[in-house]
Design a binder for this molecule. Structure first.
Ligand code: SF4
Ligand code: SF4
Length: 185
């Protein structure tokens, strides 16, 4: 019996350590909202009356994501502030949130994003979570109020698009087949 308790204790301890290590990997981000200023080749954000340098993504990558920065325009995004430099993780546009780094702060422009077979268009997603409830592998998660598919967990069953039982597919047709560009709309 003692051995059983010891085993149980060790298992809980290992889970606790793994959970903490994963949590430490995640970048703690805050929301920054201010006006942009270009100085030389660097972008700065005037936020709460102070200037902060922005660590963004290469211009070509931002342009690919339809983000064009302009002096004196409003900027809203999440990032981590350190030594007066804000490492931007995502940029909030009028109708979207564009990730430029992953949750651990790793740049997305250095690697080809694995979008997987199925993708969700945030501009159409209303956050109803119906797709989340039916996904058999829990591959659909809510992020910033929108559904997002974890390509690593998705088994391409198609339920989120085609529906099952009372779920008749995404009500706003936000989910598409990335390869065949199939969208029920
Ligand atoms: S069913 Fe459609 S609208 Fe609802 S959360 Fe999923 S993707 Fe978004
Ligand atoms: S295709 Fe299937 S496994 Fe993949 S996200 Fe949709 S419901 Fe989940």
């Amino acid at each position: 019996m003692r051995l059983l308790y010891l085993l149980l204790f060790c298992t809980i301890l290992i889970f606790f350590i793994i959970f903490n290590l994963q949590a430490q990997d995640k970048l703690e981000v805050s929301l920054f909202d201010g006006k942009l200023q270009l100085m030389g080749t660097d972008w700065f954000l005037i936020f709460n009356g102070d200037f902060y340098q922005l660590d963004l993504a290469p211009e070509e990558y931002l342009a690919e994501k339809n983000i064009n920065l302009e002096t004196n325009s409003n900027f809203r995004g999440e990032g981590k502030l350190s030594n007066n430099v804000i490492t931007i993780v995502n940029i909030h546009t009028v109708d979207n949130i564009v990730d430029i780094r992953n949750q651990n702060g790793k740049p997305l422009w250095t690697e080809k994003e694995d979008l997987g077979h199925f993708i969700i268009d945030r501009r159409k997603c209303i956050g109803c979570q119906l797709c989340v409830a039916v996904c058999p592998t829990n591959a659909i998660l809510m992020k910033y109020g929108f559904a997002e598919i974890d390509a690593g967990k998705c088994i391409d069953c198609g339920i989120c698009i085609n529906g099952i039982a009372d779920y008749k597919g995404c009500p706003t047709y936000a989910i598409s087949d990335n390869e065949n560009k199939i969208n029920k709309k």
